[in-house]
Design a protein around this ligand. Sequence first.
Ligand code: DIG
Ligand code: MN
Ligand code: MN
Length: 387
Amino acid sequence: MPNYDPEPKMKFTFGLWTVGNPGADPFGGVVRERISPVQIANLLGEVGAYGVNFHDNDLVPIDATPAQRDQIVKDFKKALKDNHLVVPMATTNLFSDAAFKDGAFTSNNAKVRAYALQKTMRAMDLGAEFGAKIYVFWGGREGVESDATKNPVEAIKRFRAAINFLCEYNINKGYNYKFAFEAKPNEPRGHMYFAVTGSYLAFIPSLDHPEMCGVNPEVAHEHMAGLNFVHQVAAALEAKKLFHIDLNDQEFGRFDQDYRFGSANLKHAFFLVKLLEDYGYNGSRHFDAHAYRQSGSEDVKSFARGCMRTYMILKEKAARWNTDKEIQALIKEINVDDSELSKLSKKFSASNAKKLLDAPLDRVALNIGLPYEKLDQLTMEVIMGVR
Ligand code: DIG
Ligand code: MN
Ligand code: MN
């Protein structure tokens, strides 16, 4: 029986804010002691994580003095070394401070937009000091409650101008970051711009440096929009834009729950792991999630271990599915090829179009019964552990 322990090649990472989450929610204060970045690094080292990520202010408080900053950075670098952890991703907190209450890059106030750029450049400097190569942009406050307050077309232009500026900063400093945009439909704003991953995939080609930019889809956020997360990730993979991924879980039609990976929708989690493994995804598997409010500090470690263990178990299930003889026989059966017709429709020509128009295709005969119930039942039995 495999032990399902985390392996470095899986690149399992956690943000400082995840296992450091003190359990507060909009209706109640903290329930767990706030722990330091060094303590978080020690926890992640203990559970076998590959790396840790941070927003600028998860590591360095927004009002820290330069001397305090230097000490924090020094201590954290030592803790990373002691725990054999790397920092693959960094990002900016452009959503907590009151200055950003009406947005950062899309704010109506040019001074706020300038402060957002300043804060992001400084945060990029900090991330580069730890070797981060992915830079995430989650527009937590980029949106509205009332569309009376902001022109949505203007907001997109403001966001594009900020990203174009920061791409140039990345080039000028030689940081070689890849930018990853993370979508969310709402919360904390009533309506957020770039609501789903597809919004960013459509936006990226309009940037000055599209090759530098990709996406960081999050399970919970696409579920909040009622979407099939696997399909959103497939679109990003197919476009070669899956630069990072935020793994967690989420009941449909709820606030952003950031649950332990696989703890709410196991079937969707199975197909997600299968997709990532089948396509050889080589980026971080980042768990942007947190333990239940009711959890104590030891249970937070169970949360972190559970995220990674579930991924490893589903990875093995996906391999089983790919080698299950009965399943693979059904996959072969349901994919009907016709070399002649495929050739005609592969590349347009007047003659191919004429041959297709004249092809004797009988729609009645095309209504073929398919063994999808059997195929899905076999799949469920793999997931349930009886195949
Ligand atoms: C929330 O889902 C966002 C922020 O936590 C962070 O900016 C990003 C990186 O994982 N996810
Ligand atoms: Mn989330
Ligand atoms: Mn996230």
